[in-house]
Structure formats: C-alpha cells, structure tokens
Design a binder for this molecule. Sequence first.
Ligand SMILES: C[S@@+](CC[C@H](N)C(=O)[O-])C[C@H]1O[C@@H](n2cnc3c(N)ncnc32)[C@H](O)[C@@H]1O
Length: 491
Amino acid sequence: MATDAATTNRAAAAHLGEALRAVGYAEDGIIELLGEDGYSTGPEDLPTHARRLPETKLATTVRLLFLGLAVPTAEAERALGRRAVEALALTGFAEVDDEVVPRTRIVPVEDLLIAADSYSRGIEDPADYVAAFSPTSRLCDALTPRPQVDSALDVGTGSGAQALLAARHARRVVATDVNPRALEFTRLNAALNGLANIEVRSGSLFEPAGDEHFDLIVCNAPYVISPERRWTYRDAGGVGDEISERVVREAAARLNDGGFATVTASWVAPDAEEPDERVLAWVDATGCDAWIFVAWGADALDHAAEWNADLAGDAEAFAERLDDWNRYLDELGVRWISEGAVVLHRTGRSRPVVRIDEVDQEEIEAAGDQIERAFQARARLAELHRSTDLLDERLRVASKLRLEHVLEPQPDAPAVTSASVSLDDGTFSAVDADPDALEVVFELDPDLTLAEVLDEVADRLDLSGEDALRLQRDTLELCRELLELGALQLA
Ligand SMILES: C[S@@+](CC[C@H](N)C(=O)[O-])C[C@H]1O[C@@H](n2cnc3c(N)ncnc32)[C@H](O)[C@@H]1O
C-alpha cells in the first residue's frame, strides 16, 4: 500500500513528466541542441555544451536535467512552470533554493524519460548507485523482441528502464531489484511516464517472481566477472560466470510457451580458441531455441583493464587492481572472457535450434522484429527434409539490405571478384555472398518460388549444367543464412 508521501511523490513525478513533454524534452530536441554526439555527454563536455545552448525553455531544461547543471530557480520556473520545479524537489530529483541543483539526470530513451543517478564519479560512487541507461542497457533493449504480451518480468531493473520499455507492449510488468533506491527510481520513472502497469518487487534475481511464468523476460543484471563486491549495479556476486548461468537457466524456467527472454551475460573459457563452450552448454540445457550474441571478448588482463579504466589515472592503484583481478581469474583457470546477450525462445519443439553470432554493440539498433522473424524461419527450416525443399518456398526481403560487389581491375576488363550482403538495420549482420547468388536475392519476389527466381536469373546470366547447379547451391546457402538472420522471410 503506497503511503501518502509516496502518492504525493508519484503525482509530482507524473506532473513533471507532462511539463517535460510540453517543452519538447525528447531525443530529437537534445540532438538538435547538442549535436549527434550529445548523447555520449560526460562531465568533461559540460563547459562546451553549456556555452552552446541558446536561451529557450527547452535549452534550460536540457541544461538542468540532461547536462545536470544548476539553473536559477526563476529561470527553471519560466521553462517548466512552478509546479514542475516543486515536483523536482518533492521527488528528490533536485534541491531547490535560489537555484535548482539537480541530483538526478533525466534522459529521454525512445519515447520514455528515464531518471537515474547523475554522472558516475568512478570509485567515489556509493554502493547503491543507480546507473543511467548504459550501452549494455541499450544492447538489452535492442535485442528484445516486442510482441504484444500479457506479462513481462524485468530482473535487476535499476532505473526501471527495461521494465518501462516492456510496459508499452505488456499488459503487466513485474520489476525486481535488491537495491531499494533502484526500486524507488523505478516507481518514480513509471509515474514520470504515466505508466500504471509496473509492479515493483524487492529481492534477489528471480526469487521475487516465485513460481510465476511470463511471456517476456528481460534481465540486464550485473554480469561482470570480478573478485569485487563494490557496486550493486556491477557486482552481483557468485564465482566466475555463475550469475550469468543462473540468469539463463532461471529465465528459461519461467518462460511461458511462445515466450522470449533477453538477458545480458558473460561467460568464461579455459581456452581462448573455444570461447563459447559454456554458454552453449547453458542454453542446450534450457530446451529453448536460442540466439547468442557475442559483443566483446578479451583475455584476463584486457578484461581487468577495461573494467577498471576509471583508475587508469592512478598508476599504482590501477596496477594493484589489475593484479587482484588477474589473480582471481588465474585461480579460476580463466583464459578468455566473453560478454554479450542470450535470447531464448520457448517453443516446445523437441529439437531446439541454437545459433551464435557476433554483434557490434555500438552499431546495433532495434532488432526485436528481426529476432522474431529469425526464430520463426529457423523453426520452419528445421522442418525441411532436404535443403533443396527451400526451392519450393516463396521468399521476401524483410530487412533493409545493403548489397555490395567488389570490382577489381583485370587485364581485359574489370570483374566482380567478391560480394556481400549486410543488414542495414537491427543487428547489422553481414554475410559473404557469391555475386551471382546475390543477383537472386536482388530479384526475390514473394509471388514466385525460389526455384522460379533462380531459373530467371540463370537464364539471364546464361548459366547451364554445372554452372546452374553451382548457382543453385550458392543461392540455397545464402538464402538459408539470410533467413536464419531474419533478413529474409518465408512468404
Ligand atoms: C547493470 S544494472 C541494469 C539496470 C537496468 N536493468 C538497465 O538495463 O539499465 C543491474 C541492476 O541489477 C541489480 N542487482 C544487482 N544484484 C542483484 C540481484 N542479486 N538481484 C536482483 N537485482 C540485482 C542492481 O541493483 C542494478 O540495478
């Protein structure tokens, strides 16, 4: 039962959200004011950005809540109204006196507003620091399928970002965390965005979910493999990759039939040549179809250096930390560490299909639809008796594709020596292709079977006998790969 104070705070957050939308506080407006790199703003960029901003209501709001700079109270009231400034004080997002001094940054993410603790101060951050929408939050969001569902679960909700993203397409969402400050941010963020279908529960990992099952599960819990227990948002405990293994196993166990789970994860290997054996074993044990995305891999030393980069300015402390981490990883026999995400799909079929791909975390965009198509296509492909059965199917292009030919000078005339096709959205995956098979993809027509399209292209290229068979083989291989990636769809 919410107390009076809690009800007042949420009403204040709801009013603040309306005021922010009224001044156009959104991704586009911020990029227009701060430039394309505006979203990667750090404390070092503040002097430049502050001087670039014009004198408008939106600019005042960006100064205050995006950059996290103090603003005279009269100016903040002119921009957002007196009630919204009072709301900043009531929610604890800012301290208000002659100036409004922000304690929180509010960052637009898609069409949502997400409040979290202000810029990290590295080692000085308190243990219960609540991180903003980070690159791994983005990865988790981008890899989450988003069909309309009845129920969703967000484990390790932090600011509540993944829960809020799910609340737009789930009837109800359960959001869990061990950090009470995170749960309070989640409640306030739900109110800030006018969302009333998020239930917040306190507890570790899946324990607050009890025996419930869900149609969608998201979890960007702390997966960093480290000997430390410094920050709740980064260090979840467990030995080595134990937390990731638990998250994969327990998410799968709570998925309804037809449901999807997207979890960020990390896995170790005793041999850098075989980095993914453990994650493959985890997903095999779930009985779900799975798509594993590898975003990053490093040996023990690079892993330690990357996660302790905030100490790089203090050579002695940095060296000491590297030794601690190295010793820990060495004792566990870890030679390689991978980070990425695992997407699970519970289908109830007896032979699950598992695939593993690399993904560029910087490049990825919303890939949920692509992932749904990919799982559907893989299930259909698994039912085909022979690979040539695909010739009887009708295929359509389902993603934005970039087709590339490499033209090289030759003694007589230049010739195409290689080709590739890459997705120009979603996971941005790329596939090497035979140049003639690429012609077939270019000509795909959902009214024709693949065999009919192949015949047309073979005629046009004047191919017969062995050459026509080679084109058929290369085309089947390419189309299968593009179907598995969700770039093509079976009509
Ligand atoms: C990396 S943050 C992710 C926050 C948010 N889900 C996002 O994607 O931006 C990890 C979150 O997991 C929470 N956490 C840490 N240990 C946990 C545990 N054992 N059970 C549940 N949540 C935990 C932390 O408090 C933190 O909020």
